[in-house]
Write a protein of this length. Structure first.
Length: 167
């Protein structure tokens, strides 16, 4: 971040041990979530069906769902990826009770940090997020604006409705 300097390690506002604990807790939380998601995806074997065919069917179903979500977001002028990032940021903020860094969002939605950075910049231009440097000066902390919260609340029912419809 231009113009931002990390506080020196002797600064009373910077506690390296606290930062390490925080990062370890964040990693542990993401690992737990990944294990839960893998467990959700486990399905009993279907006799005679190749795993590749099952995974392709899941992919096609996911793509149909993505198109339905994009249609639900059309009036709000949000792309699927922008909605996904806002939704992930909202959930992470609810879980941590604090703003989140872009790396957490990237890990949650399984996108690279460059893509997330570009998307967050676009969302910031639309005044849907606000961001500022973290205590180390090495990462951006992301906050949702009231407008983003309102928009997500408006989209919640239509997206949930499209998510329960048959693929």
């Amino acid at each position: 971040m231009p113009g931002k300097k990390a506080p020196c390690s002797s600064s009373p506002l910077f506690d390296r041990d606290e930062e390490r604990r925080w990062r370890a807790e964040r990693r542990a939380g993401e690992e737990l979530r990944a294990r839960e998601e893998r467990r959700w995806l486990e399905k009993p074997a279907i006799v005679g069906l190749r795993a590749t065919e099952l995974r392709k069917a899941e992919w096609f179903s996911a793509m149909r769902w993505r198109r339905r979500v994009e249609a639900a977001c059309a009036d709000s002028r949000l792309s699927f990826t922008q909605w996904l990032l806002l939704h992930a940021a909202q959930r992470l903020i609810e879980e941590t009770k604090d703003a989140v860094i872009q790396a957490q969002i990237a890990a949650r939605v399984e996108l690279d940090q460059t893509t997330v950075s570009q998307m967050v910049r676009r969302l910031e231009e639309r005044r849907l997020v606000s961001r500022g440097g973290d205590m180390t000066g090495k990462a951006w902390r992301v906050y949702l604006t009231d407008e983003a919260t309102r928009l997500l609340r408006e989209l919640d029912d239509p997206i949930e409705a499209t998510s329960v419809t048959a693929p």
